[in-house]
Design a protein around this ligand. Sequence first.
Ligand SMILES: [Ca+2]
Ligand SMILES: [Ca+2]
Length: 491
Amino acid sequence: MFARFTGTSVIIAGLCLSFLGSFASVGVTAQDNPSPRRFRMGNGRVVTAEELSTMLSGPPSRSLVQGTNIRVNQTGPAAETTLVIDPRDPQHIIAAAMDSSQLAVRVTPYVSFDGGQTWEQQSPVRNFARSPDGRSVKFQNQSDPVLTMDSEGNVYVSTIMWNTDRSDNGVFVYRSTNGGRRFSAGVPVVAHIGESNPAFEDKDWITADTTGGPFNDFLYISWTSIGDGSRILFSRSTDRGMTFSTPQIISDDRGVQGSMPRVGPQGEVYVIWLHSRRDRRPEIVVDLSTDGGVTFGADIHVADVHPFGRLRALARHGGSLPSLAVDRSAGPTRGNLYVVWADRRSGDVDILLSRSTDGGMSWSEPIRVNDDAPGNGKDQFMPFVTVDQTTGDLVIGYYDRRDSVENFLVDYRVTWSSDGGETFAPSIKLTDQPFDPSAAFRFIRAANFTCMVPFMGDYTSLAAHQGVIVPLWADTRNGRSDIFTQPMAIR
Ligand SMILES: [Ca+2]
Ligand SMILES: [Ca+2]
């Protein structure tokens, strides 16, 4: 979820399904005395929560046309994907997404034991957590899942949770000791329970140190705390997710969003985020810790971002949130850092890459990653970068409209570089059919809603191991957002 802070109210773009407080402004209002809770539709009809849920989780409005792409989710809509490949058994892949098949949004894991060919959808992770004083507290909504795995194969998923009609919210981490099939109760990293005017904790990202170094199996998590302005907060766990350190502010300025921590080959911790300012262009910055996440320094400029507004038929701003990968391979590109983002400097939205070969101190001039003709007016957006740590290959996935004459239908493409970003392979279109992103809107309008829907999410994900890429993207070909994969070998 990507919340914007305006004035005194938090606008959670697109979450009308679950953030019922926003219904009033979009034609659907919660009735007083909500027992059972009832909702007034745009056409005046009043329905119960159960009826609304049925409408929203009904069958897709179009037949299931799947081609050779593999649909991962069973229920949906689903979006905001994350996945990890188990390096001890690369056929074992754990994925997660936010699932909106019920009235609330729930973080739902999916597990594959055959390299991503078939998937078992698991129960949503538990939507209650221990509060700091030991009570069990239940939340209605979860989103922003991010997976990581430690060196022993424990799987962790971080989420935000919040309540629809109260201000309780927080960031939580769940652990699975059986390969992603079952997760613990949520452990709070930060939690606001019963506070009168709490900050809203948003956009978490988690990663584990698996370097075998002095900080091996430490967990690092960062997120955006939205209250008096927005700031990037950071916490670590040195006991495999049982407890987390007191959050510390690591951003030097406010107006920040979209952080992502990654671990370098020496166990150094890098965190990037987007920093927006009134007086000049937004910039991507990185912060560094060399003591296992205890202290950070001054924010380091990576690149300016030439921003863009909402892309056609997409509920979000299209994704100028940055993505970071660090090369921990044994090859010649070991230690390289890569940041990708969407950027409009060339006149239309492209995927840009900047590289650091000196541990994040300095960054290359951005290069254009997408390989269509420059200035052709076509959107590329929502990129994600990873490094195959067994080969040092750099892999980038992104949405692409180059094949849509009207710059409307969307495909998903990947490209990779085996020389540290000097040259890239021709991109490969993985979608076996393009999709109409407005389908997510149509799905909701069918139930007489008129509201923004987050079903394409704010991020996609991909992983690469031993020359196999496993992407995971949100795709509305079925009239709602589903999540698809198409594992492919590049070596
Ligand atoms: Ca800092
Ligand atoms: Ca473009």
